[in-house]
Design a protein around this ligand. Sequence first.
Ligand SMILES: Nc1nc2c(ncn2[C@@H]2O[C@H](COP(=O)(O)OP(=O)(O)OP(=O)(O)O)[C@@H](O)[C@H]2O)c(=O)[nH]1
Ligand SMILES: [Mg+2]
Length: 628
Amino acid sequence: MSGPPPFRSTLDAPLIRNLAIIAHVDHGKTTLVDQMLRQAGAFRANQQVEERVMDSNPLERERGITILAKNTAVRWKGTKINIVDTPGHADFGGEVERILRMVDGVLILVDAAEGPMPQTRFVTRKALALGLRPIVAINKIDRADAEPLRVHDEVLGLFIDLEATHEQLDAPFLYTSSRAGTATTDLEKPGTNLEPLFQSILDHVPEPQGNPGGPFQMLVSTLDFSSFLGRIAIGRIERGGVKVGDQVALLPLGEPGLVQDEEFERNRVTRLYTFDGLNRVEVEEAEAGDIVALSGFETIEIGKTFTDVDVPERLEGIAVEEPTISVDFIVNNGPFAGRDGKYVTSRQLRDRLFRELERNVALRVEETDSPDTHTVSGRGELHLGILMETMRREGFEFQVSRPRVITKLGPDGERLEPYEELMIDVPEDYMGAVMEKLGPRRTEMIEMKNPGQGMVRMSFRIPARGLFGYRSEFLTDTRGTGIMHHRFLDYGPWAGPLAGRKRGVLIADREGSVVAFALGNLQERAQMFVKPGDLVYEGMIAGENSRPGDLDVNVTKEKKLTNMRTTASDENVILEPPREITLEYALEYIEEDELIEVTPTTIRLRKRVLPANDRKKAARAARVADAS
Ligand SMILES: Nc1nc2c(ncn2[C@@H]2O[C@H](COP(=O)(O)OP(=O)(O)OP(=O)(O)O)[C@@H](O)[C@H]2O)c(=O)[nH]1
Ligand SMILES: [Mg+2]
């Protein structure tokens, strides 16, 4: 391909490298960025910097995962290195894919013990397909169970599998410890700092190819949002340059090439930023090759092209991934509604959900027949769970239905549903237990490996529906020793009915305060979700029955007072601790006839129909309907 001449720096324009760090969840990306910032001198001497400083939002810090990709930049030997730290969790894979459009190289991190995982494969495939030059870091070589040479081979195997070009196969391999901030190309010579990594970036990531002399052109690869500036577009300038105050065009989505008779937004660039260390720096102008953030446009969307007004030439767009699961957000209509939340009305809920679309591009919000219910669709339970968690922290109170997979119609009108790849690492002893549970979930084994040390690694293809409720069973069955990861694979034939939850629930039969005595009597045949002093209402779920079938029970029952002296043992009931219900747990757990009540301070599970009598009537009616 004979493109424009490569971007050569003039004296005042720095050399640039644009790099994304990609990996499976927890393989050490954000920790590595800390060390890169530190060693490149991005912090003042003695500056107190938190660990994983790029994980700046509260939910990221709390969960120890990256949710949003973020840009930063460091300078090394006169070259500016723009770095994008990406999330490793599969629900955010679409975002990683978009980010790859603004970089010229990728650093693929692979845990030296775990090796390539499903998400490593996904992001590596995308990067290689875009023709990006990889650098591989076998990371966490300080781990006691690290096997860097085995993992090196596995990564090469993956590259071959993914049909890497010769050039891509020639990728430099580094052995790193993000935590210690070291890298080496030779395991015999332990690294002492990240110099070999920086050098590899300068040597192996191509310079951006944009011609700074041409008409301005830039693809919107990712978005940011500020309540003050509105939507902010982030991307790499492909060609030309841009200045604050310039009149530029923002083209609608469509085929690449010159836009002929389409309308497009023309506006002035009000603010322009580049990245430097932890800061976004306001600049007056920027040139081809650099990654910038700009604002001042109404219609900013991922995949749109900014251009010179006179040369409206559109770049190949970016598809935003389609959602695969939906839940209903419903106004809280339980008996305790409004006790806790600041925002509880359907109007407030609606406005908040639609506002979320500004920044959360893979999300969909739809109205339903009822003004109290909105259907919200996303990429997975974590994607939706984070929205719920964020809203409850803002003071919202609402209810959520059981997640549903989004089905599609195939070429012959047949019904298709999403399938996931499930990867499981377990000690050999638990293999049987795992297989037994997965069978009825319509699982198909793809591969089984025995990497040694008593562990088995299995991968499966499973309908996304089959995973609902599985994680908690898996953790129980493997006594917490198993690790499971799953990610969206493709759409496939509808797998037919799948069994739901095995066990029934205990349902509170009246309103009141939970009493230890009552729990003491129930706990032999149940695992409780509530503790003494908690408030319950009729129809609220108080625990899990150890058998199939739901039971209505009185958890507020006091011990009868009699004149007889009680023995001490009656009075000190020893209670098992209640099962902690987190949002994601609840999403996996509930059945169709149940809801999750989410408020700023509590998460309750309930039956959709609260009065026990009405539930019984409904069940009878359903049986009659089934029989006829
Ligand atoms: N032993 C060891 N642990 C590491 C190393 N690098 C990171 N960790 C640990 O691994 C965990 C995950 O690190 P992160 O940097 O958050 O991983 P990440 O790839 O950014 O994770 P996501 O952004 O959620 O995908 C943390 O507990 C780190 O302390 C390393 O080199 N050695
Ligand atoms: Mg991270």
